[in-house]
Design a protein around this ligand. Structure first.
Ligand SMILES: [Zn+2]
Length: 492
């Protein structure tokens, strides 16, 4: 078992962790708990049998009855949909055939934007602490009772002038989750309680020991300018894929290219897990701080999810994931103005290697990114290699499986990363292949597809709200806990 690190407090109550980079971590209890909740609440929509995805539930028979709000557009002739019973008997060759079958169906979901609201603060002590929920807008008497019963000892251990809290409300102001900490200073005695509304009525509470959680995280402060303009130095501090990720996050959070950016002292506070052999390195929190005013200007937090890919969310609960899922070419292009693809926009990624020729356009089922032969192609998210080989019109093709029945396709490649084989685990930002013009292609470009349950999804369609970039009620508790653990504590 790895040793707990020292938690060193500075004057602002900001912690620093000193952690071994190579200690082994099993899944946290919290992760498991969330996974359980996620499994229960997350209703997987099986829209089609058209792929042989092993994660889909064979018992799910609602193929012919798409759920409310979901449409499957068919283009060209419709495919024969075979019965679920044949799934197990398919040969590997048949499965590959299905995997590499160019789709004719398009996924479209027109749900309104999810309603998710987060409030944070530090509630001054000296009142009856059991009333904290009603002071911050939670008025359900049943919850108030539950909260009082669960927090008697917790408040006995509290210290400092205020109780930091993060609360999340869902649709129509429904209470989703509340996390509180027993004081504004983070130290080895810090405890976090997280209350969540159970999907079956009633409430759940989770207790978390901060020290146990913090030992894998390292806090870095990097000047904003360096994050944006000095990738070389950034690369000295972070693994290259994290350097790119940080650059990309900060550009999304702080896209304004104004002169004031350069003239005021700003820093990026980053919480990072450097990972181990068995665990990918991961950025967990990013805050852009104005040193002059001591304000947090923008922030993003990583929410790890076992059943679907994780996502970066701002403290308001807005996901910034969509741009990651639409940038298979711009990874590691770490310079200002590169990879700045505004979410929900169809403007070009300003790719310097394309020498002004970079175009992205939708034809058939997929997005084509024009780029010179040999341009590196990167995985848009963590996953596993499901297919690697030549496949008809696709030419040289790599398919990556992501949790939650998502797949990404990278086609017409000139070559593969020759270290890859089917079954390899892949991290976001990993170089998987190189742009080419193999298969049915009229010039060098990357053909990219995102599919859910085998059905093509246009990741640029703003109306499509995939769980990839949505806060689900089952994510809420981990998110409020995370904000409390990793975010700057708001003033009381
Ligand atoms: Zn294409």
């Amino acid at each position: 078992m790895a040793r707990s690190p020292l938690l060193i407090l500075d004057n602002q109550g900001v912690y620093q962790t000193h952690t071994s980079r190579f200690c082994i971590r099993s899944l946290t209890l919290w992760g498991k708990v969330c996974f359980g909740i996620g499994l229960i609440l997350c209703s997987q929509l099986v829209l089609s049998q058209s792929n042989q995805n092993t994660k889909s539930n064979p018992a799910n028979k609602n193929v012919a009855t798409p759920q409310k709000g979901i449409q499957v557009n068919q283009r060209g002739q419709s495919k024969a949909v075979s019965g679920g019973s044949g799934l197990q008997s398919k040969s590997a060759a048949e499965q590959n055939q299905q995997l590499t079958d160019p789709g004719t169906e398009e996924y479209s979901q027109f749900d309104a934007l999810p309603d998710f609201q987060v409030q944070r603060g530090c509630l001054k002590r000296g009142f009856r602490e059991g009333n904290l929920p009603s002071r911050i807008g939670i008025n359900d008497p049943e919850f108030l009772e539950y909260f009082k019963n669960q927090t008697v000892r917790f408040f006995d251990s509290a210290s400092g002038p205020c109780i930091p809290y993060v609360v999340a409300f869902g649709k129509r102001g429904r209470f989703e989750s509340l996390s509180i900490m027993n004081g504004p200073s983070r130290n080895e005695k810090s405890q976090i309680l997280t209350f969540t509304a159970s999907g079956f009525g009633g409430y759940l509470v989770q207790e978390e020991n901060l020290a146990a959680q913090m030992q894998f995280w390292t806090e870095l402060f990097i000047p904003l300018q360096e994050v944006l303009y000095d990738p070389q130095r950034l690369g000295d501090k972070l693994p290259v894929e994290l350097a790119w990720e940080l650059n990309s996050i900060v550009k999304q959070l702080y896209p304004d290219d104004s002169a004031s950016l350069e003239n005021s002292p700003k820093q990026v506070r980053v919480i990072v897990d450097f990972g181990t052999r068995d665990r990918w390195a991961q950025i967990w929190a990013v805050e852009i701080l104005n040193l002059a005013t001591n304000q947090v200007l923008a922030d993003a937090f990583w929410l790890d999810r076992d059943d679907i890919p994780g996502s970066f969310f701002t403290a308001n609960g807005d996901s910034i994931e969509r741009s990651f899922w639409t940038n298979p070419l711009s990874y590691r292009r770490i310079s200002r103005g590169v990879g700045q693809v505004p979410i929900r926009s169809r403007t070009n990624p300003n790719n310097p290697q394309a020498q002004g020729k970079d175009r992205r356009y939708r034809t058939h089922m997929g997005i084509d990114y024009a780029a010179p032969t040999g341009t590196p192609v990167f995985s848009v998210a963590n996953g596993k290699v499901a297919f690697l080989g030549y496949s008809g019109a696709y030419g040289k093709l790599i398919i990556i499986d992501h949790p939650g029945n998502y797949r990404t396709y990278y086609a017409h490649l000139s070559n593969y990363n020759n270290e890859l084989v089917v079954g390899n685990d892949i991290r976001r930002g990993m170089e998987i292949g190189y742009v080419g013009s193999t298969g049915r292609s009229t010039g060098p470009h990357l053909h990219y597809e995102l599919r859910k349950n085998g059905i093509y999804v246009d990741p640029y369609n703003p109306k499509i709200q995939l769980d990839l970039w949505t806060m689900r009620p089952s994510d809420s508790g981990s998110f409020t806990k995370q904000l409390l653990m990793l975010g700057s504590i708001p003033k009381e």
